[in-house]
Design a protein around this ligand. Structure first.
Ligand code: NAD
Ligand code: MG
Length: 390
């Protein structure tokens, strides 16, 4: 029996994870669930899965949760705040941590799980983008097991040899081919992009996801963050990671080998497949996802990404090549810009312009510890706010 902590259990990935776990009571048990503000949803999850601990974002939310749980006779212990998130991520009673908090807020508990040598199911790509080498060093030092949940990285993991050690040349890997749907604006006239609304931007053609990652998919910053994520997970330099637009989202990514073989992983666009794969690896378990009907899909298309239409993708490659603090600055500026767009404060095209200005304004330093990463995160946020309306 594996005891699982789900960081961000009320989000899109969290709910899909609980859906898979509910199908396998014989294998998995929930140790802790966490949510920021969705207390009522968390209370329902606690009533169903009976975790030992539940963590929320504030004292007020904790009081509310305690009341709801008492009404239902649920004995889950309630805690709040970042320290409590870190505690449930590295607790002795937990074997595996689903890291599914969105954005930089997930860094501290995900890193705590890495330092504690847990099995980490990594959905929170922003944590790895920000802390890169430091995170991978923590994983190596503790012997933690890192399993990719992002569908592309999970697909790449499945297409690599089992003994892969983060050195592409050792296994004859020539390139990693990250597929991208292109999001809702793949064919929309570029000059009309500034007028798109948050509702249009979050309406992804193939995937149902949280609002932040949906906007990231519309700008293709999501793919940019995934290029950086692939670099750290698989040890490939930027030049060995190509993005391929594939609007059907049936092939989730590919690995190209020196002998000319290209291996792809396919499936319906449903995150329960990578979640089930990472939970059970090396076993295979039911996920609730039906197999793809290739004849019904009919055609798979591919094209090269257009960096003029999607400047965020280029900004992310630039940040990966710059290294040091650049990816953390990119990520922080993006989080501020996306939130401002969702709040109606800036137009869609201001997202990439704002990130580019923050990247230009701040020096790219080498980072030796997490405090330095967090300091760069804070200053990039401050600069992004100060430049937003100028
Ligand atoms: P979401 O917005 O649906 O859920 C986010 C979760 O994080 C919620 O449970 C929320 O309570 C929690 N949270 C938010 N802010 C927090 C804070 N400050 N402190 C503590 N908890 C906080 O997001 P999602 O779509 O589930 O995405 C989660 C992560 O997984 C992201 O990093 C995203 O990039 C990644 N991911 C998501 C998908 C997908 O299909 N949704 C696919 C690949 C990767
Ligand atoms: Mg992805």
């Amino acid at each position: 029996m594996q005891n699982i902590t789900i960081l961000g259990s009320t989000g899109s990935i969290g709910v899909s994870t609980l859906d898979v776990i509910a199908r396998h009571h014989d294998r998995y048990c929930v140790y802790a669930l966490t949510a920021n503000t969705k207390v009522e949803e968390l209370a329902l999850q606690c009533a169903k899965f009976r975790p030992q601990v539940a963590v929320v974002g504030s004292a007020q939310a904790a009081q509310q949760l305690q009341r709801l749980l008492a009404e239902e006779g649920v004995s889950t212990e309630v805690a709040y705040g970042v320290e409590a998130l870190c505690a449930v991520a590295c607790a002795a009673g937990c074997d595996a941590v689903m890291a599914a908090i969105v954005g930089a807020a997930g860094l501290a508990p995900t890193l705590a799980a890495a330092r504690a040598g847990k099995k980490i199911l990594l959905a929170n790509k922003e944590a790895l983008v920000m802390s890169g080498q430091l995170f991978m060093d923590a994983v190596a030092a503790s012997g933690a097991v890192l399993m990719p949940i992002d569908s592309e990285h999970n697909a790449i993991f499945q297409c690599l040899p089992l003994n892969y050690q983060r050195v592409p040349a050792q296994c004859g890997v020539a390139k990693i081919l990250l597929t991208a749907s292109g999001g809702p604006f793949l064919k929309r006239a570029v000059e009309t992009l500034d007028a798109v609304t948050p509702a249009e931007a979050v309406a992804h053609p193939n995937w149902v996801m949280g609002r932040k990652i949906s906007v990231d998919s519309a700008t293709m910053m999501n793919k940019g963050l995934e290029v950086i994520e692939a670099h750290w997970l698989f040890g490939a330099p930027a030049a060995q990671i190509d993005v391929v637009i594939h609007p059907q989202s049936v092939i989730h990514s590919m690995v190209s080998y020196v002998d000319g073989s290209v291996l792809a992983q396919m499936g319906n666009p449903d995150m329960r497949t990578p979640i089930a794969h990472a939970l059970a690896f090396p076993d295979r378990i039911l996920s609730g996802v039906p197999p793809i009907d290739l004849a019904k899909i009919g055609q798979l298309q591919f094209e090269r990404p257009d960096f003029d239409r999607f400047p965020c993708l280029k900004l992310a490659y630039d940040a990966l090549r710059a290294g040091g603090s650049a990816p953390a600055i990119l990520n922080a500026a993006n989080e501020v810009a996306v939130q401002a767009f969702l709040d109606g404060q800036i137009g869609f095209r201001m997202i990439d312009r704002l990130i580019a200005r923050v990247m230009d304004k701040l020096p790219h330093d080498t980072v030796h510890d997490i405090d330095a990463v967090l300091e760069h995160d804070r200053s990039a946020r401050a600069v992004a706010h100060s430049l937003m309306h100028t």
